[in-house]
Design a protein around this ligand. Structure first.
Ligand code: G3H
Ligand code: 13P
Ligand code: ZN
Length: 311
């Protein structure tokens, strides 16, 4: 199975009322944990790389690791740029072998977002690469850019048809109350998503794949382990899994998960080092981190995304 685009994946996901997991990667163990889980469950997969991850690990290392995972597992894997902020980074990833890019013009006004997104779509489509755009702004932290709750804004359904028609994007990320990072809701606050917006968007864009960012559930078992072994994470609250299942059964075809992977890796390392303080071989403490990622991704695929057996 080659490195693939999202086109066929999304069509099947939309029609089958499930979603594909888009997992953020930045090193060998994360890629192995995710791809081993997906391979065992025969699930389609999107591996996504942020600008920060690309800077940390270098494009060539990420590309070769993801290609190795595809050869090793035989899975259909899409390689995606997460939150591309300008034309140059999208072009560089397209030229460097990615099969999908996100151009995140959500911080710009509507017209500038359309102009930038359309420019990326033209370059990408000429080369067979798919493009994700974004309307509305999520709260939280990505690449050290902190969007406060006050600056976050829900997607306006009235804008989506014009945006999709004028840009030619292949999928659209929308803001319905999810946010980036581990602190999505305040203690005591009842998690809620604007499913009415999602419904209105999908009515206006029938058959069109919608993307949900900021979709970690913030796995409490991992937070508890981190804190039991010296961590000091305050109350961290994520998106309840039943809400993600509902979104996946609707028009949402891609669900982005990063923070839960970070928690799993950190919990595995902290527990191992806490129990074996004399260890100093990275393989000894990275392996339990990789195992946590693998079991987490298996759980997401079967119990949240519903894409097991769909590869
Ligand atoms: O949406 C943001 C992702 O979690 C990537 O985070 O920019 O810190 O790599 P990062
Ligand atoms: P989380 O921080 O909820 O995992 O979101 C990740 C994301 O949206 C990556 O683009
Ligand atoms: Zn995101």
């Amino acid at each position: 199975m080659p490195i693939v685009t999202t086109k066929e994946m999304f069509k099947k996901a939309y029609e089958g009322n499930y979603a594909i997991g888009a997992f953020n990667v930045n090193n060998l163990e994360i890629i192995q944990g995710i791809t081993e889980a997906a391979a065992e469950l025969h699930a389609p997969l999107i591996l996504q790389v942020s600008a920060g991850a690309r800077k940390y690990a270098k494009h060539i290392y990420m590309m070769k690791l993801m290609e190795a995972a595809e050869i090793d597992t035989g899975l259909p894997i899409c390689i995606h740029l997460d939150h591309g902020e300008d034309f140059e980074i999208c072009k560089s990833c397209i030229d460097g072998g990615f099969t999908s890019v996100m151009i995140d013009g959500s911080k710009h006004n509507f017209e500038d977002n359309i102009k930038l997104t359309a420019q990326v779509v033209k370059y990408a489509h000429d080369r067979g690469v798919m493009v994700e755009g974004e309307l509305g702004q999520l709260a939280g932290i990505e690449d050290d850019i902190n969007v406060s709750d006050e600056d976050a804004s829900f997607t306006r359904p009235g804008e989506v048809e014009e945006f999709v028609t004028r840009t030619g994007v292949d999928s659209l990320a929308i803001a319905i109350g999810t946010s980036h990072g581990a602190y999505k809701f305040k203690p005591g606050q009842k998690p809620a998503l604007r499913f009415d917006i999602l419904e209105e968007v999908s009515k206006r864009l029938p058959g069109f794949p919608i993307v949900l960012h900021g979709a970690s559930s913030v796995v409490q078992e991992f937070v508890a382990v981190i804190n039991a072994y010296g961590g000091q994470m305050p109350d961290a609250i994520g998106i309840p899994e039943e809400m993600l299942r509902k979104a996946a059964s609707m028009a949402v075809c891609k669900i982005n998960i990063d923070s839960d992977l970070r928690l799993g890796m950190t919990a595995g390392i902290r527990k191992h080092m806490g129990e074996n303080p004399s260890h100093f071989d990275p393989r000894q403490y990275l392996a339990p981190g990789r195992e946590n990622i693998k079991s987490l991704v298996k759980h997401k695929i079967t119990d949240v995304l519903g894409c097991d057996g769909k590869a």
